[in-house]
Structures are given as C-alpha cells and as structure tokens.
Design a protein around this ligand. Structure first.
Ligand code: KG4
Ligand code: ZN
Length: 345
C-alpha cells in the first residue's frame, strides 16, 4: 500500500521526527538530543525534558518534513510513541501528534517504544518471523519472541537495573559524564577486558531474566578498595566491567535462541550501540550458526524512524488509534490500542 507516514518520538530525552515512505524508505530521521542539558545533573530531569520537548518538537517536525521533500498534506498517517517513558515527555509528543493528525484529517497510530525497538531491526533487513529480540536500553533489558508486528512475547526481563543503567550508574561511580554507556565504550577500547573479574550476574540460573544491580555494587566495592590511578587503570576497569555486561547479555540470548529453536536473533535499543556487544555478539552467534542482526547505531538509540517502521504494519492492516488514546509510563504486555478502527484515506 502506498503511504507516507510522519512519526514522532519523545519518550525520554530525544525529540525525533521521521518520514517513512511505503514502510521501508526512510526519507528523513531527525534526532535532537538533550543529553548536554541533563549532563550536569547526572541523569535525565523529567521536568526539564518535557519543557525541552515543547521547544524542540515543532522545529524538529518541520525539519523532518522539509528534509523528506514531502508536503504536509501528502501525509497519510501520523505515528507516535505513547509509552513506556517519562509521562511529561510522552504527552508532548502524543498531543502534538494528535493535533497534526486532527488538522490534516489523517489517522493516528500510537506505538509502543519497546516494541518499536524490537522491530527496528527490520528497517535494514526484513527478518523472518519468529525471531528472538534482545532489547537493551536505558530503562529496559528484555528478551522477546517476536511472532508478528503485534505479538511480542516476553521471555526474560530484568529483575532490577537495566543494562543501560548498569552502564550509566557504573560510569557515574567512575566519575564519567552522563550518558555513561558511550564513555565506557570509548575508554574500553584501550583497556584490558580480562584485567579485573566482575560477576556475570544470573548466568548460573536457567531463567532468562537479568539482574545488574549486583554488578554495579561489585564495582562500588572495587572502587572502595582500589583507587583509580591513571588512564590505563580506568580503561582496564571500564573494559572489564563492560565485558561482564556483554557476556551476560550474549550468553542469555544464545540460550533463549537454543531453547526456542529459533536461529534468527536481533539486538536493539541504545545499549546495542555498544561496540563490544556488537563485536562479541557477531562472533558468538556466528560460531553457533545463528543469524544475528543489529541495527545501525542511529536506529539503536532513540529515533522516530523505528516508530514509523512499526506503525506502517498497523497502517497496512487498517489498525488505528482513537484520538483519546493515552500515554503510559511502564511496559504493558497487553493493552488495547483504541476501540474504533478507522479506514485509511
Ligand atoms: O534506547 P535508548 O536510546 O533510550 C531508552 O529508551 O532508554 O537507550 C539509552 C541507553 C543509555 O543508558 C546509554 O548509556 C546507552 O543506551 N548507550 C550505550 C551506548 N550508547 C548508548 N551503552 C553502551 N555503549 C554505548 N555505545
Ligand atoms: Zn529507547
């Protein structure tokens, strides 16, 4: 079905808008990050994030539409993230999307942020279903069996901290700036990943759940006993800590793909931008003859293109959201997307 969809993402501290043509051609994907603003507070301040979204959202939408070469009145639908995420931030995106959809008289498609991450891998490669998706972001570490664009079966979850939090909180303990994941990734490149022994949490259990708070505590204990002396030691600690996260994530995902007999696997979410997780993942899955797909870094961290990609599947099936659809802060595993489905124009 021929279509042009404008999608909007504002669940955390990135304001993003994208235009996708016919469900596969990304005509634009503009992302504006607030990371520099939140840096001085050591994490995202929700109130500031909402206000910054208010300032950024219209210019970002305009830039995205302009870059796509499409006119507003050519759009066939508006897609938007309505959860999970920061309520104030989500409300800015959702209200804007509703207003644009209403004024253009086109349908609205509300999309789940985590499902969009799990589906983002299809932007560059159309994966055979079902596949196993590891979604690793700032707030989530979840394993899904993806059966279809609207069937994401949760098979493992974090019991405490998400992988992104393990990176960000670990980085904070090491005195690095927010968001710490990328700093640990950079410093690790010069480090010895075998120098220090950090625990591989939860690998001894059969469960597909994750737990990262113990790893963070072990870093805290390590730092109480050992003072970081010099750049080399900092790099070695980063590399060893990163290795514990990477091995745990990869090992659990490998086990899930074996247990379910599924040989197509995807990594997604901001933490999937990590160079060691990408490298070690490719190596391990290749050894086990499993096809691993990881999106380009720009589709791993928060972006609106992934919202448009998943929304297209709803569009294709004439499944739309009502204009009274609400935001939600935490992942729901089943919720209705609105009662009345409207026909697309
Ligand atoms: O998916 P995302 O952009 O936002 C959420 O939905 O949470 O993920 C953000 C997380 C942050 O914790 C950030 O530190 C982490 O992704 N991250 C990384 C890297 N780039 C971003 N973690 C490790 N290595 C990276 N290169
Ligand atoms: Zn995300």
């Amino acid at each position: 079905m021929s279509s042009l969809i404008l999608s909007i993402e504002s669940s955390c501290d990135e304001t993003s808008a994208s235009v996708i043509k016919d469900g596969f051609e990304i005509l634009s994907n503009v992302v504006s990050s607030q990371a520099d603003i939140h840096k001085k507070y050591g994490g995202v301040v929700p109130e500031i994030a909402s206000r910054k979204h208010v300032e950024a959202i219209i210019p970002i939408i305009n830039e995205s539409v302009e870059e796509s070469g499409v006119k507003l009145n050519e759009l066939n639908a508006i897609a938007v993230t309505n959860g999970p995420g920061l309520i104030g931030s989500l409300m800015v995106g959702l209200s804007t999307a509703k207003s644009v959809a209403f004024s253009l008289d086109v349908p609205l498609i509300a999309v789940d942020h985590i499902e969009a991450h799990a589906y983002s891998v299809n932007i560059e490669n159309e994966l055979t279903l079902p596949y196993i998706a590891l979604v690793v972001s700032g707030g989530h570490t979840s394993l899904y069996k993806v059966n279809s664009y609207k069937s994401f079966e949760l098979i493992g979850n974090t019991r405490d901290d998400a992988a992104g939090e393990a990176f960000d909180k670990g980085a904070k303990l090491l005195g690095l700036d927010y968001p710490g994941g990328i700093q640990i990734d950079k410093l690790s490149r010069n480090g010895n990943k075998k120098k220090y022994d950090f625990p591989r949490p939860f690998l001894k259990t059969d469960s597909f759940d994750f737990s990262f708070s113990g790893l963070k505590t072990s870093l805290l204990h390590f730092l109480k006993k050992n003072e970081i002396s010099g750049d080399q030691m900092l790099s070695d600690v980063c590399a060893s800590y990163q290795e514990a996260i990477a091995e745990t994530l990869i090992e659990k995902t490998l086990r899930a793909s074996e247990e379910f007999g599924i040989s197509t696997v995807a990594f997604a979410g901001g933490v999937a931008a990590n160079s060691r997780i990408r490298g070690l993942g490719m190596e391990k899955f290749d050894e086990n003859n499993i096809d691993l797909f990881i999106p380009h870094i720009k589709y791993c961290t928060d972006n609106a293109a992934m919202i448009g990609k998943l929304a297209y599947k709803y569009f294709e099936n004439n499944e739309f959201s009502d204009l009274d659809v609400d935001v939600y802060s935490t992942k729901r595993n089943s919720y209705t997307r609105g009662k009345g489905f409207k026909e697309a124009k």
